[in-house]
Design a protein around this ligand. Structure first.
Ligand SMILES: Cc1cc2nc3c(=O)[nH]c(=O)nc-3n(C[C@H](O)[C@H](O)[C@H](O)COP(=O)(O)OP(=O)(O)OC[C@H]3O[C@@H](n4cnc5c(N)ncnc54)[C@H](O)[C@@H]3O)c2cc1C
Length: 623
């Protein structure tokens, strides 16, 4: 049956019969959740246009907010989790790690990584409003200009080039000038966007010293990683932390009470999309809605869309939902007893993730924040004082650290840092341009293992090196056709040998930095403990490579599993983020990145959503 007539003819009864259990469910939510979901909005699902979006995440909140600026566009957003802004661990910049093993997070583990000692890697992904922007490290570096020019080349559409995306970076951003950072050219930063960025986070003296030590080993200072001169250099990291020292997430910025008060926007939480519903119309397959449930084994609900279903479920769940719905590699779907709607070999492929190797040092100054995980009465005292400063006096302090405080973006073929006499190998250049980096070095005010599960019993400081342009890629596959069983994740870390060799270079330069003044003055290089890295510079490259394999972890940036690229090149969506071969179905999140970016992924997620919102509004209004 044609979609238009279904909506025109029978949508009110559909609303009552199909969604009454959800309405009942919504009425039974806790007061806080009620506020988030209903907040003056009536659960109305038809109008001039109807969209259904699954998930309310980094990209999803931005898209829903922008689309619903147009009163003619009706938006229903479905999110598997609850509110992020309601959680103190999300709002407080230093506390996001405390969410990792809670019900607000999907605690994925990768398949054993054969090139990294067969270890599995923990991949926390947010299950809450705002998605991973509600629990990320708040580092606001958006990648290098060349990354987006590569995107434009891959998808053969110049609207994705750096030059043309500038207006979207400015559109989401509201830069808060900071007296300590007068060198930033504020005229280059966005002024009126919803996402507040600036330098309001707490920074340890060691992280300031890191910047000077980097300059001393030959890495130039840059005032702004997102400035007109590109991203190479060392600096303090700009953050998604506001003037009140609170996290700025996609939820807090885009879903304000005003936005939630719009009559044409409905946000439902604890609503997990289990599959997309398709219908055949005039010989074409069309997405007409989604099926969702509040829990495994619970009642299933359906919501229909008049125009588009937009998946914003992130790099793991968007391909997962597509495959569960019959859109993916045909043989793989069949082997999981899923009827094939469309053979789409690219779905779940091209999984690309940034990996990090951590170095641990004993901190001999008073600045270490290792006491945030207390080991003594003295540590507890420090926590109490910090909590008073942050929560009672409201003036920030150590609890306002985002942990990733300073960073340097470098190239592994920089001959000043890596002279050919010591590093003779010619490694494949995977950077996006000659002035784009392939390695990031960053600091944290204490050392940790296993994503913070294991801490040291002494004051520490940590340096980290991560690979920005890995050449190893992997895949996401189904484990079964059960939507509640999480898929298999295999990023194939270090499959390409050059990835490891670049990390070895990164670790080498980190060790130089650690042994250069002024940072070296903070670290106790006389310490010989084997679980610390004060003697690591004495080891061979082969030994360092083994240490990297052992310590390798995700930096939480999986991308490109529903890649925007020509279909014959493994693309899943076109340059308007439409799934090839299916009408009314789009994807809008990090899964669509044509290739990964040389930095932190949240900014590009906002850009993708801002751009799509503009294009959808224009498209609908001209229809
Ligand atoms: C610990 C951590 C630290 C990070 N640090 C930084 C950083 O410092 N700077 C930076 O720029 N980036 C950082 N990132 C990465 C960045 O936050 C993500 O790349 C970005 O937020 C991804 O956005 P997204 O829209 O693709 O998906 P997500 O933000 O992951 O959103 C997906 C959403 O979909 C929902 N969902 C999933 N499945 C379903 C379903 N079936 N039905 C309904 N809803 C569903 C989820 O609950 C979630 O809300 C970090 C990420 C993590 C996890």
């Amino acid at each position: 049956m044609p979609i238009q007539s279904t909506l025109a003819g029978s949508f009110s009864s559909l609303l009552e019969s199909t969604l009454e259990p959800v309405l009942k469910y919504l009425r039974n939510l806790s007061p806080l959740a009620r506020l988030c979901v209903t907040s003056g909005v009536v659960f109305v699902l038809f109008g001039q246009y109807l969209r259904v979006k699954s998930g309310r995440r980094t990209s999803g909140c931005a898209l829903a907010s922008r689309l619903s600026e147009d009163p003619n566009i009706r938006v229903l957003m479905l999110e598997a989790g609850g509110s992020g802004t309601a959680l103190v661990q999300s709002r407080t910049p230093s506390m996001y790690g405390r969410l990792f093993h809670t019900k607000h997070v999907y605690g994925f583990r990768t398949e054993p990584q054969v090139f990294a000692r067969g270890k599995t890697s923990f991949w926390p992904r947010a299950k809450m409003l705002g998605g991973c922007s509600s629990m990320n490290a708040q580092m606001a570096q958006y990648g290098a200009p060349g990354d987006f020019d590569v995107w434009a080349q891959i998808i053969e559409d110049d609207s994705w080039s750096w030059k043309n995306l500038q207006r979207y970076f400015r559109k989401f951003e509201r830069y808060i000038p900071h007296p300590e950072y007068p060198l930033v050219d504020a005229s280059y930063r966005g002024k009126e966007g919803p996402i507040r960025v600036g330098y309001n986070n707490h920074v340890a003296s060691e992280s300031r010293a890191f910047i000077k030590s980097c300059v001393n080993v030959g890495i130039p200072f840059t005032p702004d990683f997102n400035g007109p001169n590109g991203t190479l250099g060392v600096s303090r990291v700009m953050t998604y932390v506001d003037e009140k020292y609170q996290r700025v997430s996609s939820e807090s910025a885009y879903l304000t009470p005003d936005v939630l008060g719009r009559k044409n926007l409905t946000v439902a939480i604890h609503a997990t999309v289990t599959r997309i519903i398709f219908e055949e119309y005039k010989g074409e397959t069309q997405a007409v809605g989604v099926e969702f449930a509040t829990r495994k084994g619970g009642q299933k609900y359906r919501a229909r869309a008049k125009r588009d279903v937009v998946l914003c479920a992130g790099s793991i769940h968007s391909p997962h939902i597509l495959m569960l719905s019959g859109v993916g590699p045909a043989k793989h779907l069949q082997s999981n007893s899923i009827p094939v709607v469309l053979d789409h070999p690219g779905v779940g492929q091209n999984l690309t993730d940034h990996v990090v190797a951590d170095l641990y040092f004993k901190n001999k100054s008073a600045g270490s924040l290792a006491w945030l995980a207390p080991h003594s009465i003295g540590d507890v005292g420090k926590i109490v004082m910090a909590a008073l400063q942050y929560f009672v006096m409201g003036n920030g302090g150590p609890m306002a650290t985002n942990l990733g405080e300073s960073a340097a973006f470098i190239r592994s073929d920089d001959r000043k840092l890596f002279p050919s006499s010591k590093f003779p190998d010619q490694l494949t250049d995977s950077a996006s341009a000659k002035d784009s980096p392939d390695l990031e070095l960053f600091t944290t005010p204490f050392a940790y293992k296993e994503h913070g599960d294991i801490l040291f019993d002494l004051p520490t400081y940590a340096l980290h090196c991560y690979l920005l342009r890995p050449m190893s890629t992997g895949e996401i596959l189904l484990k079964s056709n059960d939507p509640w069983q999480m898929p298999s994740l295999n990023p194939n870390y270090l499959k390409n040998p050059d990835d490891l060799l670049k990390l070895v270079r990164g670790v080498r330069v980190l060790l130089d930095i650690a042994h250069s003044e002024p940072l070296s003055g903070y670290l106790d290089h006389t310490c010989t403990r084997e679980d610390l890295d004060h003697q690591l510079h004495l080891q061979s490259d082969a030994e360092i490579a083994e240490l990297i394999r052992e310590r390798l972890e995700t930096v939480y940036h999986p991308t490109s599993t529903c890649r925007m690229a020509p279909k014959e090149k493994g693309g899943v969506v076109d340059s308007k983020l439409r799934v090839y071969g299916i009408k009314g179905l789009r994807v809008c999140d990090a899964s669509t990145f044509p290739s990964t970016i040389s930095g932190h992924t949240a900014g590009a997620c906002y850009v993708v959503a801002e751009k799509l919102a503009d294009e959808m509004k224009a498209e609908y209004n001209s229809a």
